[in-house]
Design a protein around this ligand. Structure first.
Ligand code: AP5
Ligand code: MG
Ligand code: ZN
Length: 214
């Protein structure tokens, strides 16, 4: 199965992607997590991406498309993948179509998660992310039973660098300008389904799961 999770910052893409990838045995590919891993390593790619991410801007298409091209070739993607945070521009969507075409593969579904901006802000500002495995928590809506530690791996929970209010606002502006056109792009290809992201984590998971098996 080849799936895209589409939606604004903070709608719950990462939270759902981890659950769906496990349930459907597909690999979870988050470009945001890939960039954050490069930043943590101190690589050249990390240094370049950080400049954009800290401002809430998108990393340039050429860089993002290249890392996705390499990632999709990995063996763990042979059973399918779930893309979280990619594509984010029309150019990226076209590049993905091209990559899949070359391998005679197609997308199965694009799931749009809808949440209003005021709820998004509250979710992002309260988010805590595991330094080691990337699992997301929320201080109010989805707290870790181990307080400041991750339930999955025991890692420390931290706040993301780009989760300051002014950066989040800019990420939303970029989403509305550059990523929102992908809703029509995939709707025209008859691939798009939407879910209400304001429901609980479990309810959203059930909604997405039933879309994927239908
Ligand atoms: P990325 O890491 O992809 O961030 P994002 O799209 O802004 O999305 P988030 O990760 O902030 O939110 P999410 O939807 O995953 O929500 P989450 O599950 O955490 O990208 C970061 C940056 O990298 C970009 O700004 C850009 O610079 C760069 N980048 C990445 N991809 C790129 C690309 N393709 N091209 C160019 N640049 C790229 O949930 C949020 C919070 O809500 C959590 O605390 C969670 O616990 C809570 N929550 C989740 N679901 C629920 C629920 N149902 N009810 C209550 N709370 C919930
Ligand atoms: Mg995420
Ligand atoms: Zn962890």
């Amino acid at each position: 199965m080849r799936i895209i999770l589409l939606g604004a910052p903070g709608v719950g893409k990462g939270t759902q992607a981890k659950l769906i990838a496990k349930e459907f045995n597909v690999c979870h590919i988050s470009t945001g997590e890939m960039f954050r891993a490069e930043i943590a390593k101190g690589s050249n790619l990390g240094k370049i991406s950080k400049e954009y991410m800290d401002k809430g801007d998108l990393v340039p298409d050429e860089i993002t498309t290249q890392i996705i091209g390499e990632r999709l070739k990995c063996d763990d993607c042979s059973n399918g993948f779930l893309l979280d945070g990619f594509p984010r521009t029309t150019a990226q969507a076209e590049a993905l179509d091209k990559l899949l075409n070359e391998e005679n593969k197609t997308l199965d579904k694009v799931v749009l998660i809808n949440v209003k901006d005021d709820i998004i802000l509250e979710r992002i500002i309260g988010r805590r992310t595991c330094k080691q495995c990337g699992t997301n928590y929320h201080i109010k809506f989805n707290p870790s039973k181990l307080k400041e530690k991750c339930e999955s791996c025991g890692g420390d929970l931290t706040q993301r660098e780009d989760d300051k209010e002014e950066v989040v606002t800019e990420r939303l502006v970029q989403y509305n300008k550059l990523t929102q056109p992908l809703i029509a792009y995939y709707n025209n290809k008859n691939l798009l389904s939407s879910v209400d992201g304001t429901l609980s984590v479990d309810e959203v998971f059930h909604e997405i799961s039933s879309l994927l098996i239908s």
